[in-house]
Design a protein around this ligand. Sequence first.
Ligand SMILES: *[C@@H]1O[C@H](CO)[C@@H](O)[C@H](O)[C@H]1NC(C)=O
Ligand SMILES: *[C@@H]1O[C@H](CO)[C@@H](O)[C@H](O)[C@H]1NC(C)=O
Length: 442
Amino acid sequence: MDEEYDVIVLGTGLKECVLSCLLSMNGRKVLHMDRNKYYGGENASLTLSELYEKFGLKAEDVPESFGRQKDWNVDLIPKFFMANGKLVKLLIHSGVTKFFEFKSVDGSYVYKKGYNIHKVPADGQEALATSLMGFFEKRRYRNFLNDVAAFEIGNPKTYNGIDPNTTTMQDLYRKYGLDDNTADFTGHALALHRDDSYKQENVLDTIERIQLYDSSQKHYGKSPYLYPLYGLGKLPEGFARLSAIYGGTHMLDKRIDAIEYDDNGEVCGVTSEGETFKCKTVVCDPTYGRDKVKKVAQVVRAICIMTHPIPRTNDNASCQIIIPQNQVSRKSDIYVSCVSSTHCIATYGFYVATVSTTVETDNPEAELQPGLDLLGPIEQKFVYVADIYVPIDDGKKSKVFVTTSYDATTHFETTCNDILDVWTRMTGEVFEFNKIQTSEEN
Ligand SMILES: *[C@@H]1O[C@H](CO)[C@@H](O)[C@H](O)[C@H]1NC(C)=O
Ligand SMILES: *[C@@H]1O[C@H](CO)[C@@H](O)[C@H](O)[C@H]1NC(C)=O
């Protein structure tokens, strides 16, 4: 084969499909391959019998009461979209939204030690109404959220006496007299930080994150989150189809033998089923670049099939609950998500909740208990532990750019950061949303 591709993408998880689509749209000649017969890799949605078989059971083990197979689309790694987040911007800009319908998630909750779960207050008004905190703390929190909402980067008049260049989040919490619990809810359930290192950092990033949450919620008024009807599994294929419109070539069910390098250690091709395809760069998920990644952590997930919504959520048919690490004396947050027939992922009357966290002990399932305790009776539970791989280098020398494994979060913010990070490593440029040309504009 004399043809040379600009980029060969290996693996059809959501990250790889978004990247292959963006690269095609930007005029790169892309070849995209997967060893599986289907799109999506770990992001594929499963029918009930596929789910049972994945966990060592038989299709016959699915109870008849669980209804029709075709009503089920269970995601192994469910994640919600922030309505105003970057990934939704990418979806809208690329035009891929034509292939899907999104529906808002009914509720967003945070866990408080000894007080169970509460709706996450996103603005001053909700702060006053919340039962998460006492009378005086609520008023202080309202002031904090109002000032954060009014903050405009670049307009010192809105800074309210803080110097954003030198103020840390810890300083800001102190300035408003907020206690450690309020800081937990803010940092973990609103700003979606995964640890507390942000407290020592400059306020700007966290202010932007809180504003994103607030504006996303204002979009629909229920929660800031969206989830596609029929699950996430159709998204990778949608991006692949769009990439094909821009000239990308896609091949499924291809055995990948090797990534080939030249004498300088720079990638020059990919060999599949004995045939070598030439290329300048490779983008792949960690399973295709084993020698380019290292294991840094593990995540444990429990997929739980239920016949009722999560208790104390006002019968919300879909929701996210974040359990901040400090509230349960852990080093990592526990995430709970729930979706149901209203998002067309289960038979009417059924709910699928997923509880996940980063593994800290040698009994991972026990670490999920604070999340499982919130769910009420569970009909069927599947627990699994997955390794988290990250690339060992930035890929600039070998020109092999590897994505990271999916973390424990039940939202897409970190996924999107990884996509944009790979883009920057590859192209040397920060991704500019307004530069994407859609087919309509062309
Ligand atoms: C913060 O730093 C930027 C440059 O890094 C400067 O332009 C700006 O004036 C500084 N802001 C304040 C409030 O000192
Ligand atoms: C979801 O729960 C909230 C309270 O947490 C409630 O106000 C809202 O009506 C519920 N929405 C649905 C659709 O059940």
